[in-house]
Design a protein around this ligand. Structure first.
Ligand SMILES: Cc1cc2nc3c(=O)[nH]c(=O)nc-3n(C[C@H](O)[C@H](O)[C@H](O)COP(=O)(O)O)c2cc1C
Length: 351
C-alpha cells in the first residue's frame, strides 16, 4: 500500500537509475540501523520453508538477484527485509564506469526492464572491504553469493585471470561464488559460453579452486555458473556438460535476454540491452526445465528471470529450480515483496 501509493510514484517520477540510487541509499541507511534491522528481520525473514543445498542453509528460497546491489552497499538491509539469500555483484577486478547513460529503462505495463548497464561497479577490492565490515560471515543469517565478471577491456583469452582474481579476493567472504559469463552488455562476454573459450575457462576455474583450497587448507566455496537464455538448447547442453565435468556446483538460469519476445507488440522498439521481468518468464522456465532434465534434477538450479507474482514463482520451482532470485519484480512490487513471496511459497522439493 505505502509503496504502491506513495513511494513508488515518487521513485518512478525519477529516471530509473536515479531512482535506483535513491533506493540503494535508503537501504544502505537502513542497514546501518542495527536494532531496526534486527526487529525487521524478526517479522520479515521467513524461515518456515528452509532449503538446504550447496552445503548451505537458506532460511527461504527467495534470493536477491545479481545487479541489484552490485557493490554490496546494502546486504544487511536486504537480509532484514526478508531475502533468504543475497547475491552481490557483478564485480570486476578493477572499478569501471559501465556504459553511457541512459542505460536502464522501465516498461511498467509489461512488468519489464531493459538494461545495458555494462558492469558498472567499484571493483572487487572495494566490495571486499565494504562487505567484510558491514556483512561479515559470522554475523549474517542468510548466505551471501558474490557474482564475478571480467573487465570490459580484458580480452577473452585473459578472462580466466579476471575470474581468478575475483575469486581470490572474495572466496573467504562468500558463501558461494557465481561465474557470470552471460551478461549481454559487456562486449563478447557471452562468447565465453561457447567454442574455444568455454572448456579452458571452466577447467581453469576448477584448477584454481583446487589450488586455492590446498593453499588455504579449506574447501572452496561452491561455484555456480550463470547462463544466458539466448543460447540454443544444443549450446546449453554443451555448457552444462562442461560445467559438470569441471565440478561446478550449480547453475543460475538465467540472465537477461536480448531477444524481444512476442509479449512486446511489434510496434514497440525496445532500447538496446537485456530484457528482464515478466516477458522473460517462459524462456527462462524452458531453460530451467531443459537443464533439470539433462542433469536428472541432480544439479541445483537457481531460477532467475520473470518471477512477477506468486504463481510465476511456483512455476519456476515446478520447472526444476530449488532456489529463486528476483530483480525486476522487486522494483515494481517494493521492499516488502521478498518477504511476502517467501511466506507464500511452500517447499517445492527436498534436496
Ligand atoms: C538493471 C539490471 C542489472 C543487472 N545486473 C546484473 C549483473 O551485474 N550481473 C548479473 O549476473 N545479472 C544482472 N542482472 C540480471 C539479474 O540478476 C536477473 O538474472 C535478471 O534480471 C532476471 O531476473 P528478473 O526477471 O527477476 O529481473 C541485472 C538485471 C537488471 C534488470
Amino acid at each position: 500500500m505505502l509503496y504502491n501509493n506513495i513511494i513508488k510514484p515518487i521513485l518512478f517520477s525519477f529516471e530509473p537509475e536515479t531512482a535506483h540510487e535513491l533506493g540503494a541509499k535508503s537501504l544502505h541507511f537502513l542497514g546501518k540501523l542495527t536494532p531496526i534491522c534486527t526487529l525487521l528481520r524478526k517479522f520479515l525473514l521467513s524461515e518456515t520453508c528452509p532449503v538446504e543445498v550447496l552445503g548451505l542453509k537458506f532460511p527461504n528460497c527467495v534470493g536477491q538477484a545479481a545487479g541489484l546491489d552490485k557493490d554490496g552497499i546494502f546486504p544487511s538491509a536486504s537480509e532484514a527485509i526478508g531475502f533468504g539469500f543475497i547475491e552481490v555483484g557483478t564485480v570486476t577486478p578493477l572499478p569501471q564506469e559501465g556504459n553511457n547513460k541512459p542505460r536502464l529503462f522501465r516498461f511498467p505495463s509489461h512488468l519489464a526492464l531493459v538494461n545495458r548497464m555494462g558492469f558498472n561497479n567499484h571493483g572487487v577490492d572495494a566490495l571486499k572491504k565494504r562487505v567484510s565490515v558491514s556483512f561479515p560471515k559470522n554475523q549474517r543469517q542468510v548466505p551471501l553469493g558474490i557474482n564475478l565478471g571480467k573487465g570490459k577491456t580484458t580480452p577473452l583469452e585473459l578472462a580466466l585471470e579476471d575470474y581468478c582474481a575475483g575469486f581470490d579476493a572474495t572466496a573467504h567472504l562468500a558463501d558461494y561464488i557465481t561465474i557470470n559469463i552471460s551478461s549481454p552488455n559487456t562486449p563478447d562476454l557471452r562468447k565465453l559460453q561457447s567454442g574455444e573459450f568455454l572448456d579452458p575457462l571452466l577447467s581453469g576455474i576448477k584448477d584454481h579452486r583446487t589450488s586455492w583450497a590446498k593453499l588455504h587448507n579449506m574447501p572452496s566455496p561452491p561455484c555456480l555458473l550463470k547462463i544466458s537464455p539466448d543460447e540454443s538448447f544444443k549450446s546449453i547442453e554443451t555448457i552444462i556438460s562442461k560445467a559438470v565435468d569441471h565440478q561446478f556446483d550449480g547453475i543460475i538460469a538465467c540472465n537477461t535476454s536480448i531477444k524481444q519476445t512476442n509479449q512486446f507488440s511489434k510496434n514497440i522498439t525496445l532500447p538496446k540491452g537485456g530484457i528482464s521481468g515478466k516477458p522473460l518468464e517462459n524462456k527462462a522456465n524452458e531453460v530451467i526445465k531443459f537443464v533439470s532434465r539433462l542433469t536428472n534434477s541432480k544439479l541445483p538450479i537457481i531460477g532467475s528471470g520473470g518471477i512477477y507474482d506468486y504463481d510465476s514463482a511456483q512455476r519456476k520451482l515446478e520447472a526444476g529450480a530449488c532456489l529463486l532470485q528476483i530483480y525486476t519484480s522487486f522494483i515494481f512490487n517494493g521492499p516488502l515483496w521478498p518477504s511476502r513471496l517467501a511466506k507464500r511459497i511452500p517447499l517445492a522439493k527436498e534436496w
